[in-house]
Design a protein around this ligand. Structure first.
Ligand SMILES: Nc1nc2c(c(=O)[nH]1)N[C@H]1C(S)=C(S)[C@@H](COP(=O)(O)OP(=O)(O)OC[C@H]3O[C@@H](n4cnc5c(=O)[nH]c(N)nc54)[C@H](O)[C@@H]3O)O[C@H]1N2
Ligand SMILES: Nc1nc2c(c(=O)[nH]1)N[C@H]1C(S)=C(S)[C@@H](COP(=O)(O)OP(=O)(O)OC[C@H]3O[C@@H](n4cnc5c(=O)[nH]c(N)nc54)[C@H](O)[C@@H]3O)O[C@H]1N2
Ligand code: SF4
Ligand SMILES: [Mo]
Length: 701
């Protein structure tokens, strides 16, 4: 670590949508310039380690292509012809268009659309304050967490788990359906520490030999969407060979006898046929975790981005209840700590003004919404005006052809508030330049840990960009709601109010202490006082339609997806896009190491490591189709088709294809991105998008 003597160090948190939410030390060169960013050494989760893309944040914040001026479209949509405007004029234009949309079709014709470009609670969630005050359409958040959270909570009743730092005290860490080497680097910090200090074994379970499998002691590469089958066979062996903790099962679970009985025919042979794993591999894995009581299951999002994703998450979580791993320090299953924070955002979000009669539109179905699908519109009026903040749907949302067709509509007005000219900003009528996290005040909380971390303004933004909070407040004034008591506060006041209600002092206290550690005590985190359901038990038999869960759809939407197929006990269900004669391959769109969703595809350091959009193909499949390494190939399904460059790799199974992304649409040979191939149909029972579950055909291009 090189800290230049002429720099000061400022303290912040990484704002990006990553479970690690690293505590950061930022080299401040002067009042508006940063140097390198380092992980905070004294934070017990970050322990000095961050990913390369954020270490080089100077490349992003001082990027020559940053948006600096409000822009108003001056040519046809998507052609990149703009006129510069003042902030006043641009905001007046946006407010006028929102009012006109409301007059013509009612307030639900306006759809504020946002996600997690910044995870700061003020700058991310403040858009809801305007939404609720104006009764604009709601957004049902479905693009990321739903199937994972739903599956986990079906078992545990509560979205939390053993302290992630306990991984360092485990004897076996099972990294399941997540690729932390790329997507949350600190998991590796703690897992490798356990290996070094205690000889712990690291197991990784994925659908190709990714960076994490390469670092693991045992790597299981299974067929996409088959994790439920593996989990069932593992539990079958645990019961059969005497590894089940029967005393724990009796005390803490709902129906262990029913489960054991249900698993009788879920043999390793049965699972081998579904997963493509060897019988020996399955049995060895089951024995390892049966013999290792301190096994920490670190469950990711990746294996839930399939149409049976919630079912698979529940099945995998159930393993820890069969071994009773939750009893031990360094044991249990963990997915996210999002349940523990309990911060009251009601003022930030203007929750008091929420009206349950206002419709919810499914975020992932933005393509269907904007192209007038009446189901997606919940039978209501068309969407004719949008404010997009913190997200890039023209690139990241499924059914991209519909999204782009919708965004191109002449009768739709779109304002995009952004840091760069993204695929979405390019389609807008008005583009507003946004600040970056080091240029405004906010506060962050972990998903993969238990810290609330301060992220105060450390440098001045360039002339031009304004924070999300500013845009929301200015629009509120122009739209006649700024008199409501939730408006008119600066971010510091909003954060003060939220922290005080949680007994955490003021924002300045948090800045001085840098973070607050709110890890629940051991017994609670390990569910030793009982699980989160009313009966305090772990549920092997989930009530799929009625279990309260974060991200459960509102009553007005009903239960989502093909719910009839949901099983009584953990199982494998074939609701995935299985191959057929016309589509003999399965495609997953796993994250790239140097990008974060669509972010960092603009920084030189990331582009040096990710050369071009590629399709990873097994060499034998490539040989069958006469595809050479580096050649162009075309893939497609009924949703669309796309040309990519082939990368032959024997770490992917035959019949499976991986496109690491998300590359900008414009980086592709035909100007459309990978999400032309992904679907927006909802994952049962509480929604979500199946980004890694696509049947496709493949041919040389
Ligand atoms: N094919 C495929 N598609 C996927 C996925 C996949 O695995 N495969 N993953 C899905 C998942 S998990 C997710 S979460 C979504 C994420 O999709 P997005 O939320 O769209 O992705 P990000 O790139 O994190 O952020 C979007 C934008 O926010 C902007 N931004 C950052 N900070 C600020 C700010 O302070 N103010 C404003 N106004 N803008 C800001 C960034 O410049 C960036 O362009 O993508 C989904 N799409
Ligand atoms: N570098 C980088 N980091 C990121 C992101 C990024 O795009 N790039 N995105 C951020 C966001 S928004 C999120 S939500 C998190 C998500 O982070 P993760 O929890 O890691 O989830 P995914 O990235 O969707 O996928 C993880 C792994 O799941 C694998 N996978 C896909 N299908 C299956 C399956 O059926 N079974 C199994 N066992 N594995 C499967 C994929 O191949 C991939 O290696 O990461 C965040 N961090
Ligand atoms: S992207 Fe993730 S790993 Fe990288 S600094 Fe941010 S929180 Fe840490
Ligand atoms: Mo995500």
């Amino acid at each position: 670590m090189t800290v230049h003597t002429h720099t000061r160090t400022g303290h912040s948190a990484c704002p990006h949508d990553c479970p690690s939410t690293c505590a950061l030390d930022v080299e401040l060169v002067d009042g508006s310039t940063i140097g390198r960013i380092h992980g905070a050494r004294d934070n017990s989760y970050t322990v000095g380690v961050i990913c390369a893309k954020v270490a080089r944040y100077a490349e992003r914040i001082h990027h020559p292509q940053r948006l600096l001026k409000p822009l108003v479209r001056s040519g046809p949509k998507g052609t990149g012809q703009w006129k510069e405007a003042s902030w006043e004029a641009a905001l007046d234009l946006v407010a006028g268009k929102f009012q006109a949309a409301e007059q013509e079709f009612g307030s639900e014709a306006v759809w504020p659309y946002q996600y997690a470009g910044t995870m700061g609670l003020v700058q991310r969630d403040g858009i809801h304050r305007l939404r609720h005050a104006k009764k604009y359409s709601n957004q049902f958040d479905s693009i990321c967490t739903n199937p994972a959270w739903t599956g986990f909570v079906m078992g545990t009743g509560y979205l939390a788990g053993p302290d992630p730092r306990e991984m360092a005290k485990s004897d076996c860490i099972v990294i399941w359906g997540t690729n932390p080497v790329s997507t949350q680097v600190n998991v590796m910090t703690h897992a490798t520490r356990a290996r070094k200090e205690r000889g712990a074994r690291i197991v990784a379970i994925d659908i190709y030999e990714n960076g994490t499998i390469k670092q693991a002691d045992m790597g299981l590469v299974l067929r996409p969407g088959s994790d439920g089958a593996l989990a069932c066979a593992v539990m079958h062996v645990l019961f059969r060979d005497g590894y089940a903790d029967r005393q724990y099962l009796a005390q803490y679970t709902d129906d262990p006898g029913g489960l054991e009985n249900h698993l009788k025919d879920k043999t390793p042979q049965w699972a081998s046929a579904i997963t493509g794993l060897g019988v020996g591999e399955i049995v060895d894995f089951a024995k390892l975790i049966g013999e290792t009581k301190r096994t920490y299951f670190r469950l990711g999002y990746g294996f839930t981005r399939g149409r049976n994703g919630a079912v698979n998450m529940h099945a995998v979580t159930s393993i820890a209840a069969v071994t009773g791993a939750w009893r031990y320090e360094g044991g249990g299953a963990f997915h996210s700590n999002s349940g523990v924070f309990k911060l009251d955002k009601s003022v930030i979000e203007g929750t008091r003004h929420f009206d349950p009669r206002v419709r919810f539109l499914d975020q992932s179905q933005i393509g269907r919404v904007l192209t007038g699908d009446s189901d997606a519109l919940q039978g209501g009026p068309p969407v004719t005006a949008m404010l997009v903040q913190n997200t890039n749907p023209a690139n990241v949302a499924p059914e991209q052809r519909l999204v782009c067709k919708g965004l191109a509509r002449e009768d739709l007005f779109v304002c995009v508030h952004e840091q760069f000219m993204t695929d979405t900003a390019l389609m807008a009528d008005v583009v507003l330049p946004a600040t970056m996290f080091l240029e405004h005040d906010d506060v962050y909380r972990g998903g993969g840990h238990q810290f609330i971390i301060a992220g105060p303004k450390l440098v001045d933004p360039p002339e031009g960009p304004r924070q999300n909070h500013f845009v929301i407040e200015e629009l509120a004034q122009r739209l006649g709601v700024a008199h409501l008591p939730e408006f008119g506060h600066d971010p510091r006041t909003l954060i003060d109010g939220m922290l005080k209600k949680r007994g955490l002092g003021t924002y300045q206290d948090l800045i001085d202490g840098r973070w607050a550690d709110i890890q629940p005590e051991f017994a609670e985190a390990h569910f030793l006082n009982g699980f989160g359901h009313r009966d305090k038990k772990f549920h092997f038999r989930p009530d799929w339609a009625n279990t309260p869960a974060p991200g459960k759809p509102p009553k007005s939407m009903g239960i989502l997806g093909p719910v009839a197929a949901l099983p009584e006990f953990p199982d494998h269900i074939e609701t995935i896009e299985t191959t057929d004669a016309d589509h003999p391959f399965r495609l997953a769109t796993s994250p790239a190491n140097a990008f974060l969703n669509s972010t960092f595809s603009e920084t030189p350091g990331s582009l040096k490591r990710q050369s071009r959009p590629e399709l990873i193909i097994n060499p034998a499949d490539a040989a069958d189709l006469a595809i050479a390494d580096g050649a162009t190939v075309e893939i497609g399904n009924p949703r669309g088709e796309l040309v990519l460059h082939a990368r032959l790799f024997d770490g992917v199974k035959r019949g499976v294809l991986i496109a690491e992304g998300i590359w900008p649409n414009s980086a592709h040979i035909r100007g459309e991105g990978i999400n032309v191939l992904t679907g927006a149909d909802q994952i049962a029972p509480y929604g979500g998008a199946a980004f890694h579950d696509n049947r496709v055909w493949l041919r040389p291009a």
